[in-house]
Write a protein that binds this ligand. Structure first.
Ligand code: OOB
Length: 552
């Protein structure tokens, strides 16, 4: 039986040069380990402790390991082998954990898609990686994922298995795939890709981020230490688990590595989150800034604090100093700011940092192996304390995206630094203050949107002559998405454009919040649309004018 599929060559999967590999191994950062070994080690060390709580279900570490092994055996029996790819699109659930670990056990690489992704995104992922399997829930959040699979499958000859958690209909029933006592081939190599994370994207199409066993485990272990996790940790997984932050920074896997307990939240709303925090004595949770604001507001309104909560990690987008100051008093916990990226680098404020650092900065790199530079437009280092673009390289920051060599040549320096596109300065003893962005991306409450992707879809509408999508300041979301459009007929309405985008299968978090129809665009000297002027122009418009065009 074949146990490995060839297909990717070195150019598809940029990795660390040998000298860096040796350095990271030599310094004891990488331990030549895999997720396969990790799950066995956890079961041996923490056997009867509760690893996971999801509604009424609880799994011990021993049970989790047995179920992962059984599922890996079942998937192997179905012909999935090391080097294959799969797309996993699951809500926060035990099934997500079992599927992801079973695939990593086999060396089948999952693309960790979000439940919010729709036909456009999922179709692209399945096609781009030539996925052999697609894992979904039957329904979640009011959406039927089987319909999505049914629509996409005919165009995907490589896709052999659609696996459903729940009512499988014509697809494979996940519960039928657990082969207890079954055999599993050898574990993958520590240098293999373990999972694909999805980049926020600054271009028309999201990029895939190859995260490898060695470096991702190092990432998780280090993040767990910096977050003060131990065997008593109870982590609330409130954000969509596929994101790097709740998965691995330190997230659910960080909790596992310390023998703690993960509580899966089906949604991050205050009703659900507060009830789970009280019921399971949650000690730590990770949220994006709008959720932190919501939880603070609700705690005050209800005159009820989640008593067990010790640490609230906030990241994904900037939390300004004013709300940051109130996290401690309002929620009765320590704020930990987290500035990270799915490509690698993670910065944390430390739990024992002085209050001025916790409130005013986005923290400092978590690893002594992280190298950072702050550079001007010409790529020269700026003096410490001055503002510039953040470049980074290190033991868990990727050296390139999957199968996009031209893009990699721009996104990385020749000596391997990742150009983050974030504008920062170093302050307060090496802590980073994020002040802006030099990349065409919108950060809507922590979800990243590429304006170009939305613009391309709008340009495909018959009546749209031209369009520019920009991020505008928003008190709750940080930024919201605004589309400026020139209509040929002058007749097209916001609702029609929203419908058009939906019909193209775009995820709803990428839908413009506002549409503004204009006669022409301000241009820069070289004839490009000036997004800066557009933003200024919109700020001057009256609110009632904006709400007239509000997307339906
Ligand atoms: C996290 O990862 P991504 O890949 O969704 O987004 C990365 C980008 C950063 O380059 C930066 O532009 C922005 O999100 N960002 C922040 C931030 N945290 C992320 N900007 C300002 N302040 C912050 N605290 O968002 C991510 C990955 C792992 C842990 C935490 C967040």
């Amino acid at each position: 039986m074949q146990h490995t599929r060839a297909g990717d060559d070195a150019a598809d999967m940029p990795t660390w040069p040998q000298e860096f590999r040796e350095r990271y191994i030599g310094e004891g950062l990488w331990r030549d380990e895999t997720f396969a070994g990790t799950i066995d080690r956890l079961a041996a060390g923490y056997g009867n402790r509760i690893a996971l709580i999801d509604g009424d279900r609880r799994l011990t570490y021993a049970e989790l390991q047995q179920r992962v092994h059984a599922l890996a055996a079942g998937l192997s029996e179905r012909g999935l082998v090391r080097g294959d790819k799969a797309v996993v699109q699951m809500p926060n659930s035990i099934a997500f954990v079992e599927i992801t670990f079973a695939l990593m056990r086999l060396g089948v690489v999952p693309v960790l898609a979000l439940p919010a992704h729709r036909h456009l995104e999922i179709g692209r992922f399945l096609e781009f990686v030539e996925a052999r399997a697609f894992f979904i829930a039957d329904r979640a959040g009011g959406f039927d994922y089987r319909g999505l699979a049914r629509d996409l499958r005919p165009g995907l000859p490589a896709l052999e298995h659609v696996v459903v958690d729940g009512e499988a209909e014509e697809f494979l029933d996940l519960s039928s795939l657990y082969k207890h006592g079954g055999t599993v081939p050898d574990a993958p190599s520590p240098d293999d890709v373990a999972v694909f994370q999805i980049s926020g994207g600054t271009t028309g199409v999201p990029k895939l981020i190859p995260r490898r066993h060695n470096e991702y485990l190092y990432n998780i272990r280090t993040a767990a230490e910096v977050s003060g996790m131990d065997g008593d940790t109870v982590y609330l997984c409130a954000l969509p688990v596929a994101h790097n932050f709740p998965l691995a920074c330190p997230g659910i896997i960080g909790t596992f590595m310390q023998g703690g307990t993960v509580v899966m939240a089906p949604d991050p709303g205050a009703d659900t989150a507060f009830a789970l925090m009280d019921a399971h004595k949650v000690t730590i949770a990770a949220v994006v800034p709008p959720l932190a604001l919501l939880w603070m507001e609700e705690a005050e309104k209800r005159n009820h604090r989640p008593e067990s909560l010790q640490v609230l990690q906030v990241g994904g987008a900037k939390m300004s100093a004013e709300p940051a100051r109130h996290v401690g008093p309002k929620l009765g916990c320590t704020l930990q700011q987290v500035f990270g990226m799915a490509e690698g680098l993670i910065c944390f404020t430390r739990l024992d940092d002085p209050q001025e650092v916790i409130v005013n900065t986005q923290g400092r790199p978590m690893s002594p192996g992280d190298e950072i530079r702050v550079v001007d437009a010409d790529g020269n280092d700026v003096p410490v304390g001055e503002t510039g673009e953040l470049l980074t390289r290190g033991p868990y920051t990727i050296r390139g995206y999957y199968r996009v060599p031209e893009h990699n040549a721009r996104a990385f320096t020749p000596d391997g630094f990742y150009r983050t596109g974030d504008i920062v300065r170093l302050a307060f003893g090496g802590n980073i203050v994020v002040s802006g962005r030099d990349k065409d991306q919108i950060n809507r409450g922590g979800e990243k949107i590429s304006p170009e992707e939305v613009e391309n879809l709008l340009l495909a509408h018959d009546d749209i002559h031209d369009v520019a999508v920009v991020g505008l300041p928003d008190a709750m979301l940080g930024e919201r998405i605004c589309a400026f459009a020139i209509s040929r007929s002058g007749q097209t309405k916001a609702l029609a454009l929203t419908r058009h985008l939906r019909s193209r299968g775009l995820a709803s978090f990428k839908m413009p919040d506002d549409f503004v129809f204009v006669a022409n665009f301000p241009e820069t000297g070289i004839g490009k649309i000036s997004k800066k002027e557009l933003r200024e122009k919109l700020k001057q418009l009256h609110l009632d004018q904006i709400s007239i065009s509000k997307a339906g």
